[in-house]
Design a protein around this ligand. Structure first.
Ligand code: NAP
Length: 282
């Protein structure tokens, strides 16, 4: 039987944990597959993907900065991908690529199943309006959070995300530098890549997190350290990084490709217990 070819495509991508996660899932399921990390600069993405397909690639995870472009090249998008305007999972069909977005489901599964958070009615602040924010916002709304406030360095992108979500009574774009006037939140999510570039987020008020509230960084490893340090000083009841989301969104992709739902806890623990998690997030 020939080995099935999969990959994660991003830029940079060399430190991605996705090859290890999918190799572990495949061992668990008894599936022979090859899953590699492919670096593609933005201008090379289309050509790299075409080459991958020509060499037998049948599924790919797409990470920063290609998620929006990936949505544009698909001939079919799942509802999640359409609502996000971004694709993190490609599935090859006879007629081209089918695109899905598993980031939102991955985050919600991690928060509700692994961390036992009840998301219902939580007044939520989403910091960031890039690909990850677009992926998780619809899933959070579907999971029953209360009002959703969105702030972003580039205010227009927060407005655009709020427009796409189309729930004006419930979703409120605001200016990042007005964050001190928004009250406190039961759930504060950092969906920016600020720390990946070594930048600090603008300083966040210490009273942003409500009593028993949760603070979640979609990044993990070193990139999550500054936000989680702030979250602890803000006395967040739950301080959660993006490692669990990473494993859960990978499990959702694996299920789309192989029709098998992998067991995620062992893989999460393996990664959590290694120093090697101090790497760049997907
Ligand atoms: P992206 O599309 O490039 O968006 C980046 C976001 O960060 C934008 O909102 C951007 O604001 C903001 N930002 C960047 N530098 C900033 C700074 N210095 N100050 C304030 N805001 C800044 O990236 P993405 O795909 O959304 O990824 C965001 C983060 O989520 C990354 O760290 C990524 O690793 C993580 N992530 C994790 C998972 C997981 O499974 N755990 C999945 C997806 C993403 P502007 O709009 O103003 O540029």
């Amino acid at each position: 039987m020939s080995v099935q070819r999969y990959a994660v495509i991003g830029h940079p991508v060399s430190h991605s944990l996705s090859p290890r996660i999918h190799a572990a899932f495949a061992r668990q399921a008894g599936i022979a597959l090859e899953y590699s990390a492919i670096d593609a600069a933005p201008e090379d993405f289309d050509a790299v993907l075409a080459e991958f397909a020509a060499e037998g690639g049948i599924g790919a995870n797409i990470t920063l900065p290609h998620k929006t472009r990936a949505a544009q090249i698909c001939n079919y998008l799942s509802e999640a991908a359409q609502r996000a305007g971004a694709v993190n999972t490609l599935i090859r069909t006879a007629t081209g690529w089918q695109g899905d977005n598993t980031d939102g489901m991955g985050l919600v599964r991690d928060l509700t199943d692994r961390h036992s958070l009840d998301l219902r009615s939580r007044r939520t602040l989403l910091i960031g309006a890039g690909g990850a924010a677009r992926g998780v916002a619809p899933a959070l709304l579907d999971a029953g959070i209360g009002d959703l406030y969105i702030v972003n360095r580039t205010a227009e992108r927060a407005d655009a995300l709020a427009d796409v979500l189309a729930q004006p009574g419930r979703v409120h774009p605001r200016y990042l530098n007005d964050i001190g006037n928004l009250g406190n939140f039961d759930l504060v999510i950092n969906a920016t890549s600020a720390a990946r570039g070594g930048d600090a987020l603008p300083s966040l008020p210490i009273n942003l997190v409500a009593p028993r509230g949760a603070a979640v960084d979609l990044s993990y490893g070193e990139a999550a350290v500054p936000f989680l340090a702030w979250a602890r000083s803000a006395r967040a009841h739950d301080c959660i990084d993006g490692l669990g989301m990473l494993v859960e969104q990978a499990a959702e992709s694996f299920q789309r490709w192989h029709k098998v739902r992998p067991e995620t806890d062992a893989v999460y623990e393996m990664l959590r217990n290694r120093d090697a998690i101090l790497v760049t997030a997907d």
